[in-house]
Design a protein around this ligand. Structure first.
Ligand code: SAH
Ligand code: SF4
Ligand code: F3S
Length: 474
């Protein structure tokens, strides 16, 4: 999920590049940041800046940062360090920080890191063209008139006009439905970086989706920190919103992320079950810890038993459901026995995919101040054991897909070292269960991208499947 640059210090090969209006954005963190970066490129393009794929061609480098754990924050600082040589060669190069570290640290970043020229917040990406224009104008001023800090906003708001600006929606794209979070899980920095939870109006969301459908989008993922608590101004909840999208728009596949177990209700399960043609039977439902005492300390709002009850209801209502989850190892005070509860819950539910992390203390959060922090080596050892214990099950669950025929929404041509057979082209796409599938199709098959095709799975590993096309649906 996290994007990085190669492990080297950059150096211009040619002094002339990097002097134009090229902008390079380096993106870390979750889908929200991926979506925000895409819209930043759109906004800047409209203001006559040029998106570039390489920092060596950029006159502005923006790092869209993530603060969820310590590691991605460090990556941001080390990335800034790598650009030092570029800045030495081209003093006009501007480096900016956006995203959750920008929101959290604000102007402090500029004071502490002389290489950084500007900082902006998570909800003020629409101010970017002005910030950059301002910086360009500063360049032409006499030295004594220059002021380095460009005022960027950090207010939390919903600038509707930038929501629709997805630059490259492709076949599958995200649509924000909520912003921010009010849950204050004691480990989590998000309520401090993304602010209070706000639901976008249903009319705006529906308009966005209709526009995206006209641009060729077939699949949308409704996005928010806790999409289950979506509530529009007219009282529409997530289940009703998904039903409207299924019935009123031509979108072929609907997904949503992330769900909070405490707010996942029967109405939502029913809507998923009632629209099997449109709403995907894949649910990401983070449980974080399998132990009720730890869940209470995390302020998650459910016990192990309540979580398992929800899972049982989901499996009953949507029998072919595929589940994935997020887990934290070594939350403060977690004992070996309590960690065993996490291991057993993973086995009991049978997740096809897990995203697991070592607990990382974050600024402003309650858990960072808890006294009984678990030593790094214990956290790391538990994480290792968790992956090992899940791995065996993941391979078995993957193998069960072999010889099954899945509906694959074709996303792109796929090039790798393994060349396709004579007269064939390689493609990649996703199944309704969110499996990434590579397959070959005859060169004669026209316009594959955006079509849904039948692919028979020939080889299945947990992260990727291979298959052969056996038919076409549309
Ligand atoms: N809103 C989502 C989570 C967003 S953060 C939800 O509530 O499910 C994505 C994941 O990062 C979390 O589910 C959690 O597993 C992990 N995470 C968040 N804060 C963390 C921290 N301080 N240390 C380690 N992992 C963390
Ligand atoms: Fe963080 Fe909890 Fe909100 Fe998810 S629900 S973003 S883990 S505070
Ligand atoms: Fe990271 Fe912010 Fe997303 S902290 S995970 S980029 S909401």
């Amino acid at each position: 999920m996290e994007t990085t640059i190669e492990n080297q210090a950059f150096s211009y090969k040619n002094q002339d590049i990097g002097n134009g209006r090229g902008v390079y954005i380096s993106t870390y963190g979750c889908q929200m940041n991926v979506n925000d970066s895409d819209r930043m490129y759109s906004l800047l393009e409209m203001a006559n800046f040029t998106p570039v794929d390489n920092p060596l061609e950029a006159s502005v480098i923006i790092i869209n940062s993530c603060s969820i754990r310590e590691k991605p924050v460090h990556k941001v600082y080390s990335e800034v360090g790598k650009y030092k040589r570029l800045k030495d060669q081209n003093p006009k190069l501007k480096i900016g920080i956006g995203g959750c570290v920008g929101q959290q640290e604000k102007d402090k970043l500029i004071k502490n890191q002389p290489l950084i020229d500007f900082v902006f917040g998570t909800d003020t990406i629409d101010t970017l063209p002005d910030i950059l224009q301002n910086l360009i104008e500063q360049e032409s001023k006499r030295k004594e008139e220059k002021s380095k800090i460009v005022k960027a906003g950090f207010a939390h708001r919903d600038p509707y006009h930038v929501e629709t600006l997805v630059r490259n929606p492709g076949v599958s794209t995200f649509v924000n439905i909520t912003k921010g979070c009010d849950n204050f899980c004691t480990f989590c920095v998000v309520p401090f970086t993304r602010g209070r939870e706000k639901s976008r109006p249903k009319t705006h969301i529906m308009q966005d989706i209709q526009t995206l459908a006209k641009r060729g989008v077939k699949e949308i993922t409704l996005l928010g920190q806790n999409v289950n608590s979506y509530e529009s101004e007219c009282g529409t909840n997530l289940a009703q919103l998904m039903k409207s999208i299924a019935v009123e728009t031509p979108i072929e596949r609907i997904r949503f992320t992330t769900s909070h177990p405490k707010d996942f209700d029967q109405e939502l399960m029913d809507v998923i079950a009632q629209h099997p043609d449109k709403i995907c039977e894949y649910i990401h439902l983070p449980f974080q810890s399998g132990n009720s005492r730890i869940l209470n300390l995390m302020n998650r709002g459910y016990t192990r038993e309540e979580y398992l009850e929800k899972i049982a209801m989901i499996k009953k209502t949507i029998p072919n459901v595929v589940l994935s989850t997020d887990i934290i190892c070594g939350f403060p005070g977690e004992t070996e026995e309590e960690f065993q509860d996490t291991l057993s819950l993973v086995q009991e539910v049978g997740y096809e995919t897990i995203f697991a992390f070592m607990y990382s203390p974050r600024p402003n959060t309650k858990a960072a101040k808890f006294e009984d922090q678990v030593p790094e080596e214990v956290k790391s050892e538990r994480l290792q054991r968790l992956f090992e214990s899940h791995n065996k099950m993941a391979f078995e669950l993957a193998r069960a897909y072999e010889n099954r025929v899945l509906d694959i929404l074709v996303e792109k041509k796929h090039d790798d070292d393994d060349k396709p057979r004579e007269g064939m082209i390689k493609y990649s796409g996703r199944s309704r269960q969110n499996k990434l599938v590579y397959f070959e199709a005859p060169e004669a098959e026209q316009g594959m991208i955006g079509r849904t095709v039948n692919v028979k799975i020939t080889k299945a590993y947990p992260a990727v499947f291979r298959g052969e096309m056996v038919g076409s649906i549309n």
